[in-house]
Design a binder for this molecule. Structure first.
Ligand code: NAD
Ligand code: UGA
Length: 455
């Protein structure tokens, strides 16, 4: 039996360790966090995040071989392998502000590990980090001559929110990078052995440390680039009466391109895409590669352009004024099946409409609590309404911003009858039957498709 510790009980730490504990019943898995309220929630019947399959995974092994605790120091002392999944947000101050990763949480954790260790440790980078962070960590671990062996292994996480448990249970691949030294290879094997409990060996890739660290940033950059690429073409479709969904289907059937991640939208959100691309941009600038930096920065710019375009469309369609008009926003989460609202395009739209003095009503099946917190002061000017039917009453327009299945199953005839006229529908996710909405009476705007307007 080994003691596995995870520092950081967030969107990565919680779900990944729950699956690890399920799949490796002979090991003891402990997840710690500096936020006692979060730990209390992980210990309670109501977990701190919504994620399909998470409750089943946690409840099946919590109290058996999965534990949540606020005692960081004691658990460091007892651990054999330490996964670190603390947050690595974009730096907001000093050199690299707005682009570089803020590594203060990582470095504090490394120093804490050093201070409380009495036995050798394998320290696993699960957080997304700039390439060569492991080198800095090694220097911290070896800064005191304590006679202890510390091996740093990179094992980036590729799960997506909303499918975290499925992604952990059946990953496309697991990536593990380590030093090519006898102890580095041993540490790498220890992590391979954990995943080999349930992941086919051919899906477990082993690489050098730097390739593993950099692959994580590159994977997110490529995924986000596909979204910006299709969104850029959606703007051209709106000028030419081509249809972005027909184009995505046509190009996606080319096996070299593939069909996934080609849904045009109001832009990508979430805590990672923007942060990780900006981190990549910063690294390129740091290594004096301005052309490469500019190339990737454009992915973020295109995303901002897409959101701005969507807002302009709402404004111009509603006769260039939304002041005092009730607008119902369907969705607050940055994507379906999560309660997470970090960097949600929905909240971006919400803030912009508040600036225009609209009367905003926000509805979402799981994300209203987080939206309230994220909106801060502005939340006071928003009506939070869990029932979409009530949200739409007397509204001049509905903007669908998160692709929850629930929103495609509503009775839109009923909704239309309750709204102010003319009634507008802005489908920011292209999930509804636009012709049907038009026949009901709505003026329909979508992404990258001709608008359907009653004259
Ligand atoms: P999160 O904010 O949900 O969780 C991070 C947790 O770390 C927080 O609960 C915080 O209190 C805790 N923490 C910070 N400093 C600590 C310390 N010194 N000791 C103990 N706990 C501490 O973040 P997240 O979404 O889980 O992301 C974590 C990392 O994983 C980031 O680097 C992110 O880029 C990466 N990642 C995230 C996802 C995702 O889907 N969210 C997927 C892959 C990778
Ligand atoms: C993303 C990656 O998919 C994960 O592999 C990665 O581990 C994770 O970031 C991370 O590093 O945090 P996530 O942000 O949870 O996962 O969710 P995605 O499914 O990638 O969606 C991101 C955003 O892009 C959402 O706002 C989504 O609505 C949008 N999106 C996605 C589109 O607009 N169009 C698409 O075709 C796909």
């Amino acid at each position: 039996m080994a003691n596995l510790l995870c520092i950081g009980a967030g969107h990565v730490g919680g779900p990944t360790m729950a699956v690890l504990a399920q799949k490796c019943p002979e090991h003891r898995v402990i997840v710690v966090d500096i936020n006692p309220a979060k730990i209390a929630a992980w210990q309670s019947p109501r977990l701190p995040i919504y994620e399909p399959g998470l409750e089943e995974a946690v409840f099946s092994c919590r109290g058996k071989n999965l534990f949540f605790s606020s005692e960081v120091d004691k658990n460091i002392a007892e651990a054999d392998i330490i996964f670190v999944s603390v947050n690595t947000p974009t730096k907001t101050f000093g050199q690299g502000a707005g682009k570089a990763a803020d590594l203060q949480y990582w470095e504090k954790t490394a120093r804490q590990i050093l201070q409380h260790s009495r036995t050798p440790k394998i320290v696993v980078e699960k957080s997304t980090l700039p390439v060569r962070t492991a080198e800095a960590m090694e220097r911290i671990f070896h800064s005191q001559d304590r006679g202890l062996q510390f091996d740093v292994v990179s094992n980036p996480e590729f799960l997506a929110e909303g499918t975290a448990i499925r992604d952990m249970e059946a990953p496309d691949r697991v990536l593990i990078g380590a030093r090519d030294t006898p102890s580095g290879r041993k540490a790498m094997q220890a992590i391979v052995d954990l995943y080999a409990h349930w992941v086919p060996r051919e899906r477990i890739l082993t690489t050098n440390l730097w390739s593993s660290e950099l692959s994580k940033l590159v994977a997110n950059a490529f995924l986000a680039q596909r979204i910006s690429s299709i969104n850029s073409i959606s703007a051209l479709c709106e000028k030419t009466e081509a249809d972005i969904q027909e184009i995505a289907h046509a190009i996606g059937m080319d096996s070299r391109i593939g069909p996934r991640f080609l849904n045009a939208s109001i832009g990508f959100g979430g805590s990672c895409f923007k942060k990780d691309i900006l981190n990549l941009v910063y690294l390129c600038e740091y290594y004096h590669l301005p052309e490469v930096a500019e190339y990737w920065e454009q992915v973020v710019r295109m995303n901002e352009y897409q959101q701005a375009r969507f807002l302009s469309r709402i404004l111009s369609s509603l006769f260039n004024t939304v002041a005092g008009k009730r607008i119902a926003l369907f969705g607050a989460a940055f994507k379906a099946n999560t309660s997470d609202t970090r960097e949600s395009p929905a909240l971006h739209v919400c803030r912009a409409l508040l600036e225009e003095r609209a009367d905003v009503v926000l509805t979402d099946p799981h994300a209203l609590d987080n939206a309230r917190v994220d909106l801060g002061e502005e939340a006071r000017r928003v009506t939070f309404e869990p029932d979409p039917y009530r949200a739409a009453v007397n509204a001049h327009a509905i903007a669908l911003l998160t692709e929850w299945t629930l929103f495609s199953e509503l009775d839109y005839e009923n909704i239309y009858r309750s709204m102010a006229k003319p009634a507008f529908f802005f489908d920011g996710r292209n999930i509804l039957d636009h012709r049907k909405l038009f026949q009901i009476g709505f003026n329909v705007h979508s992404i990258g498709k001709p608008s359907l307007l009653h004259t």
